[in-house]
Design a binder for this molecule. Structure first.
Ligand code: CMP
Length: 219
């Protein structure tokens, strides 16, 4: 648990006590760890690998968030005792620390720092969702694709306004912004045609980050 940022600064003996009440579990890539609507109150800390919080519609899946080593999930049902709010799937092989709700809640109660971090985590999540709802209310599908490209990109060091887009399929972009794969393919083509997006060694590169951001603001 010492590797989980949520528990940073907690004295070793306290961590050891929480750890003794938890269990290290592993799951292969593709395995569901928690399923939407299921009962369960364990909290999971991702020790290694990546996972994804998702929800499903009749004809589509929606990616809520990617979870990386150090992230925790399952805290919502631990806090309110209600069924799981979303499904979480292992994207790669994962190792998890499975923490009983009582231990997680005791940690929140015992440590103001842990409590603050849980609040920050939940606030960050509401902000991310608010941003998406704002985009749904204001943006066309094309602009949602552009906004997602910006979110998925990191500045290319030494370049002028270029950014490398994380490897991602059109279907994944669609699942992040609540649309269909075909719409993403069409909109990406339009962004490429406008000269704002180029392919370089098989990777997507935003050629002009300020230009792409500006094209959103004008919309
Ligand atoms: P819980 O509801 O217990 O089980 C599903 C978990 O998915 C949930 O707790 C959160 O940890 C996680 N989760 C649900 N919605 C989101 C979201 N929008 N962003 C990130 N994680 C989420």
């Amino acid at each position: 648990l010492a590797a989980v940022p949520l528990f940073a600064g907690v004295p070793d003996d306290v961590l050891a006590r929480w750890e003794a009440a938890s269990a290290l579990v592993s799951h292969p890539a593709g395995r569901w760890i928690v399923a939407h609507g299921e009962d369960g109150t364990d909290v999971y800390a991702l020790v290694s690998g990546t996972a994804r919080a998702m929800t499903f519609g009749a004809d589509r899946e929606v990616i809520l968030a990617d979870l990386r080593a150090g992230a925790i999930f399952g805290e919502m049902s631990a806090i309110d005792g209600r069924p799981r709010s979303a499904s979480v799937i292992a994207v790669s092989d994962v190792e998890l620390m499975k923490i009983p709700a009582a231990v997680f809640l005791a940690a929140v109660h015992e440590s103001p720092a842990v409590c603050d971090r849980v609040l920050a985590l939940l606030v960050g999540r509401v902000r991310a969702l608010d941003e998406r709802v704002h985009e749904f209310a204001n943006y066309s599908v094309g602009d949602r694709v552009r906004a997602e490209l910006l979110r998925l990109s990191r500045p290319l060091p030494g370049s002028r306004g270029e950014a490398l887009v994380e490897p991602v399929t059109h279907a994944e972009i669609a699942a992040r912004i609540g649309t269909h794969r075909e719409a993403v393919t069409r909109e990406l083509r339009a962004v490429e045609k406008a000269g704002l997006l180029v392919k370089r060694s098989g990777r997507l590169v935003i050629a002009d980050v300020p230009g792409l951001a500006e094209s959103l603001r004008r919309a």
